[in-house]
Design a protein around this ligand. Structure first.
Ligand code: PXP
Length: 252
């Protein structure tokens, strides 16, 4: 997000996309993502994450304007590496941009960005954003080649896609996910060794967050869908508070 994280700390970025998903189901303005961001701020989130998709299926341009105007927390803007998004990011100057792959037909971001296969396109894109003072995160699978390529194109941060780990956890519990977790752990160490800040996210829940939070090289988790879903039952403050407590417990 903004400055570099202190070693040992683990930040929580709250992704508010799915507040917009509910709003957009009926059109209109309720529930408002900005209001959710304010609640997240009060509940102790370290940052707000929002994904402005090409098809605007959840977050819209006005949401980004409102978040920039009214939220003091660092904004992590997730987006595809397209000319349209570059213009938007340069206009709003979020604290960080997380570049993600995007396909219209996918339900959510299904895999990491192929940085190694797109270095020629990504290097100038990353440079333009960094020149504007925006930190750059690349959402990648925990893979050695992708990490090296992220370093090569000048990224500040890599965010590891934890979806495969979470899926394995769902199928076999903690034991089933152990191999994927080890891949994340080794990749985090490798990326940190190259001087990259390490984040992780996607699909994390109360059940799956602990083992990822325990990886000391990871300094930030970005979590959305589960927190917003759980808030239906217990409220956003409690949902975030419990996630924070589980993260702290695992890190301790
Ligand atoms: N990080 C990135 C880069 C993402 O694209 C997403 C999903 O939008 C998340 C984290 C959060 O995933 P989830 O909503 O499953 O918690």
């Amino acid at each position: 997000m903004t400055g570099k994280a202190r070693p040992g700390t683990l930040r929580l970025g709250v992704n508010i996309d799915h507040v917009a998903t509910i709003r957009n189901a009926r059109g209109g303005t309720h529930p408002e993502p900005l209001r959710a961001a304010k609640h997240a701020e009060e509940a102790g989130a370290d940052g707000i994450t929002a994904h402005l998709r090409e098809d605007r299926r959840h977050i819209g341009d006005d949401d980004i304007s409102a978040l920039r105007r009214e939220i003091a927390l660092p904004l992590n803007l997730e987006m595809a590496a397209t000319p349209e998004m570059l213009d938007i990011a340069l206009r709003h100057r979020p604290n960080a941009c997380c570049l993600v792959p995007e396909r219209r037909e996918e339900l959510t971001t299904e895999g990491g960005l192929d940085v190694a296969g797109g270095m020629d396109l990504l290097a100038p894109f990353v440079a333009a954003l960094r020149e504007a003072g925006i930190r750059i995160s690349l959402f990648i699978d925990p893979d050695e080649n992708q990490i090296a390529a992220a370093r090569g194109v000048g990224a500040d941060i890599v965010e590891f896609h934890t979806g495969t780990y979470c899926d394995a956890f769902g199928e076999g519990g903690a034991a089933g996910a152990a191999r994927e977790l080890e891949r994340i752990r080794q990749s985090a160490a490798g990326a940190a060794g190259l001087g990259l800040e390490v984040h992780a996210g996607h699909g994390l829940s109360f059940a799956t967050v602990g083992p990822v939070a325990a990886i000391g090289d990871i300094v930030e988790l970005n979590i959305g869908h589960f927190l917003i879903g759980e808030a239906i039952f217990c409220g956003l403050a409690e949902s975030i508070g419990r996630m924070r407590a589980l993260m702290a417990e695992a890190r301790a």
